[in-house]
Design a protein around this ligand. Structure first.
Ligand SMILES: Cc1cc2nc3c(=O)[nH]c(=O)nc-3n(C[C@H](O)[C@H](O)[C@H](O)COP(=O)(O)OP(=O)(O)OC[C@H]3O[C@@H](n4cnc5c(N)ncnc54)[C@H](O)[C@@H]3O)c2cc1C
Length: 526
């Protein structure tokens, strides 16, 4: 099936029937569950967009196997133009929801594209594992499936390795194998959107410590696989939820879950790393160079969100006549300058794009990675500024129902309005949008998402320092110390990509944390 429509996605989901628990009850048909209606609708909109003549050109490309249009998220760029097409696709998808959907289908589409690009490394434990990665990528691409992923072990006791936990199958681990596949048991967090997806991909993140080979598992299975249960958190968008009162949270909630695997059989053709002896080493050295393309997707989302926040803050400030104050201008200028830096990084990485030895084009430099590492802080600051500018204005924004009540409407129109020319309805709508984004439980979850969606920012940033090629910067200091007298000052190159050769990353997404931060085999409280 080529790139599919929203309706086709919903029909497929209906047949899927994963085992989902929500607020104390089992959800028999996720497509009929009120809490999931809006996430499903928002996702379906994304599928429909790719068939829309206005977007089709950007959002699809001919499948290498069938020639039918498939999502551009699966495109492996072999030219700079294809990289640009991919960027346009990711940005368009992010703009659809103002960056409030981190786990729309394109994220995992790119993720499994990365698995395919790493097929040779999975194959180190046997050719079939590499073939599985490629076959799975094609499977998802040709069926346009919606995936969730679960990379993290539940916290339980972070001072211990998985094998050291009180029960060896608290963290998801390998129980054994049969002729049909491997059997896995235990839990994984945090499957965003899992109830409304069709497949779940699993791979460890952050590094596998010595002795934890049985937990070094990479595989993908349908969410409806027997033995697999998803337990959802409480909704952050309790129903009923008016679109006027909650313009974002009424549309874009992304449900999160823990997944419990009770002796789940993973068929051999869905296994990329099987948890046998030596699997930890494979995971730890998979290489993260495929992340360069994933970073495009996540940066597009982040940039869309920063653009949204800038527009919102300026509209909000204008609505109550505070844009003439110097400190307000300074804060708005701060937001705009952060956003412009982000834009320069986002588009600049493309200008520095490089062709790898395998012919794949990736964004150049380390800017997108650096942007990712700083995005949590930038986002928190944007939230703080919007809240500072809005102050108490959030809390006299009556509801849509109040606006409809003729008894209070005249009072609202008179006293709840903004500066001259800004009606009460307009001011209320803006402040509700701002509260939804920054103050509602939905907004709080989003801030936590931005901080943690792709790992622990503290260990990731430390890892960035540890892995960074520091020599050119240290060389500058040597020159300043007068130890390079007579040597020419390097002239910055015409082609920045030529000057910063892309260094394929050997750590792997599993090894992005510094080794020193992994729990050891010894009980640290010991
Ligand atoms: C809203 C949201 C959605 C998410 N969606 C997904 C998803 O779809 N799929 C998915 O797989 N994951 C998802 N995640 C999980 C995310 O990947 C993790 O939250 C992230 O990797 C951090 O791990 P953790 O939450 O287990 O924190 P922990 O690793 O438990 O860290 C907790 C605290 O302890 C510190 N700490 C813990 N261990 C160490 C150590 N060894 N050394 C130093 N400091 C340490 C950390 O710095 C942090 O301050 C999501 C997270 C959020 C918040």
């Amino acid at each position: 099936m080529p790139a599919r429509s929203g309706q086709e996605y919903v029909e497929s989901l209906k047949k899927c029937a994963p085992n989902v628990y929500l607020e104390g009850r089992r959800v028999v048909d996720v497509t009929a569950e009120p809490v999931f209606q809006e996430p499903i609708r928002a996702t379906a909109e994304q599928y429909d967009m790719q068939l829309d003549p206005a977007y089709r050109e950007v959002m699809t490309y001919p499948s290498p196997t069938t020639g039918h249009p498939v999502s551009t998220s699966f495109l492996i760029p072999h030219t700079r133009e294809e990289l640009v097409k991919k960027r346009k696709h990711f940005k368009l998808r992010a703009d659809h929801n103002f960056g409030f959907m981190g786990r729309a289908p394109d994220f995992m589409n790119q993720f499994v594209t990365g698995w395919h690009l790493m097929a040779g490394r999975f194959a180190r434990a046997g050719a079939r594992f590499g073939e599985n990665a490629t076959r799975y990528y094609e499977h998802v691409r040709e069926r346009d499936l919606f995936l969730t992923h679960m990379l993290i072990n539940p916290q339980i006791d972070r001072s211990k390795t998985s094998a050291q936990q009180e029960d060896p199958f608290l963290h998801l681990g390998r129980v054994g194998e049969t002729g049909d596949g491997i059997v896995v048991r235990g839990a994984k967090m945090l499957g965003t959107m899992a109830p409304v997806t069709e497949e779940v991909a699993v791979i460890p993140f952050g590094g596998v410590p010595p002795g934890d080979d049985a937990y070094a598992l990479a595989f993908a299975i349908p969410t409806s696989t027997p033995g697999l249960t998803f337990i959802c958190r409480e909704t952050v968008s309790p129903l009923p939820r008016s679109r006027f009162d909650h313009p974002l949270s009424s549309r874009f909630e992304e449900m999160d879950c823990i997944a419990v695997f009770e002796d789940v059989l993973v068929p051999w053709d869905r296994v990329m790393v099987d948890g046998s002896l030596g699997s930890g080493e494979i995971i730890n050295t998979l290489g993260a160079d495929f992340n360069a393309l994933l970073n495009m997707q996540t940066s597009a989302r982040m940039l869309s969100q920063l653009e949204f926040f800038c527009g919102l803050a300026m509209r909000l400030a204008d609505a109550i006549g505070i844009t003439g104050f110097l400190h307000v201008q300074e804060k708005l200028g701060e937001m705009l300058s952060q956003m412009e830096i982000a834009r320069a990084v986002f588009y600049g990485a493309e200008a520095m794009a490089q062709r790898l030895d395998n012919g794949v084009w990736v964004p150049g430099g380390h800017g997108l990675r650096a942007f990712h590492l700083q995005s949590g802080k930038i986002y928190s600051r944007f939230v703080e500024i919007v809240q500072t500018l809005a102050a108490g204005g959030f809390f006299y924004a009556p509801s849509e129902a109040d606006l409809a009540n003729p008894e209070v409407r005249p009072m609202i129109d008179k006293f709840v309005r903004g500066r001259a020319g800004i009606s009460a309805e307009e001011r209320i709508a803006l402040f509700k949008l701002a509260w939804d984004a920054t103050g509602e439980t939905f907004g709080q979850r989003m801030a936590q998402y931005v901080r943690f969606y792709s790992g622990d920012p503290i260990r990731l940033t430390a890892g960035f320092y540890m892995q960074y090629d520091k020599a050119p910067l240290l060389e500058i200091v040597e020159r300043a110390l007068g130890r390079r007298e007579g040597e020419r000052i390097p002239v910055s190159p015409d082609d920045p990509a030529g000057a910063i050769p892309y260094q394929p990353d050997t750590r792997g997404m599993a090894g992005t944390y510094a080794t020193g931060s992994l729990p050891t085999r010894q009980d640290q409280r010991g």
